[in-house]
Design a protein around this ligand. Structure first.
Ligand code: SF4
Ligand code: SF4
Length: 208
């Protein structure tokens, strides 16, 4: 089995195992080979006009042919898929290109780890954690956590970020955004703990 690393300069890296790996993650895998490269999916995709190299039609073709060289060049774009399924809705052959792109996004880090944008990967992970964990998306938390998880916490101290953060801290909104409870709940919790300590001390003194 040839792979990108083994190919000679000027030849196309070809790996049929790549297609098996991707399509084994697609529920409608038996339909992928019905793709007729008509381009309706790419013509409907909202990302293609923004990123000409992002094309569900081309991703399917490159996966089917195992063209790892070209896939590597486009690998950094695959995670940009919005999951809107417009391509799948419009595909005349029910190929479900959205699922192929989704499957590619899982396989790409394995084959091309250098192409993974760590910040985007952290955003995606935080997004999934929030939706699964709370059923809601907290954009401020998404932003802060993605910076923290990729070691970019110093960016939170940039003047614009720091000003916004200070404003939200003063108004108590930051506690809510970061799901830390409310300052009032913190105050009453602290008050309760102090009362308990005082009562315990009083009992100890009385018993002595
Ligand atoms: S996935 Fe569907 S819409 Fe896209 S090129 Fe293939 S047949 Fe056409
Ligand atoms: S699901 Fe992804 S590939 Fe399909 S149209 Fe939406 S953004 Fe484009």
């Amino acid at each position: 089995m040839a792979n990108a690393a083994e190919s000679s300069p000027g030849t196309v890296a070809y790996d049929p195992g790549f297609a098996r790996d991707v399509f084994s993650r697609v529920k409608t895998a038996d339909r992928v080979y019905l793709c007729m490269q008509c381009g309706v999916c790419s013509g409907s995709c909202p990302l293609t006009p923004l990123f000409p190299d992002f094309s569900p039609r081309v991703f399917i073709y490159l996966t089917q042919t195992g063209n790892l060289g070209e896939l590597r060049r486009r690998a950094h774009l695959i995670d940009k898929c919005l999951g809107c399924y417009t391509c799948s809705q419009r595909c005349p052959r029910d190929v479900n290109p959205a699922e192929v792109v989704e499957a590619l996004s899982h396989v790409v880090p394995k084959y091309f780890p250098e192409a993974v944008n760590k910040h985007e990967a952290a955003i995606t992970q935080e997004y999934v954690d929030q939706i699964i964990g709370t059923g809601r998306l907290n954009l401020a938390r998404l932003h802060v956590m993605s910076l923290l998880k990729t070691g970019r916490f110093l960016e939170l101290l940039a003047p614009a970020e720091a000003k916004q953060g200070f404003k939200q801290f003063i108004t108590g909104r930051m506690f809510k955004l970061m799901q830390l409870g409310s300052p009032r709940a913190w105050r009453s919790g602290l008050k309760g703990a102090l009362t308990q300590i005082k009562e315990r001390r009083a009992k100890e003194v009385a018993a002595a």
